[in-house]
Design a binder for this molecule. Structure first.
Ligand code: RB5
Length: 142
């Protein structure tokens, strides 16, 4: 599974922690920036990651900003994207099982790196349950 990762200046520090986790797991990564704490606009980086996922160049995306809210709003404007903002384990798991989320959004000013990395692991390791959940996803995907 190839994963595109992007952030704004608010998520820059946490992006490095997440990239280190993904590298440890031997995951293929596309780092779409940003690469410093200089102020940038989060919709630009949401777009770069979502284009990777929508084109199937990457199977999943992870977006980090200060709260995760702007990234999730921007990401969900893309038709093929189901972005989930998750700050604990339960919603990270359910966003995969029930919603087949293909983008995870995180707020680096909301949770610490320890919990964020557990959220990422859970989100990567949980499969979509399919069945009735597929029908429901299809209802808002056409
Ligand atoms: C940037 O200051 C901040 O607005 C951004 O990282 C994010 O939290 C937006 O939703």
């Amino acid at each position: 599974m190839k994963i595109a990762v992007g952030c704004d200046h608010g998520g820059f520090g946490l992006k490095d922690d997440i990239l280190a986790l993904l590298r440890d797991r031997g995951q293929e990564i596309m780092d779409m920036g940003t690469d410093s704490s200089d102020s940038v606009d989060y919709p630009d980086f949401a777009g770069l990651v979502c284009e990777q996922v929508a084109s199937c160049a990457c199977q999943r995306g992870i977006l980090i900003c200060g709260t995760g809210i702007g990234m999730s709003m921007a990401a969900n404007r893309y038709k093929a994207i189901r972005a989930a903002l998750c700050h604990e384990i339960f919603t990270a798991r359910m966003s995969r099982e029930h919603n087949d989320a293909n983008v995870l959004c995180l707020g680096a000013r909301v949770i610490g790196p320890g919990l964020a990395l557990e959220v990422v692991k859970t989100w990567l390791e949980t499969d979509f349950a399919g069945g009735r959940h597929l029908r429901r996803i299809e209802m808002f995907s056409s």
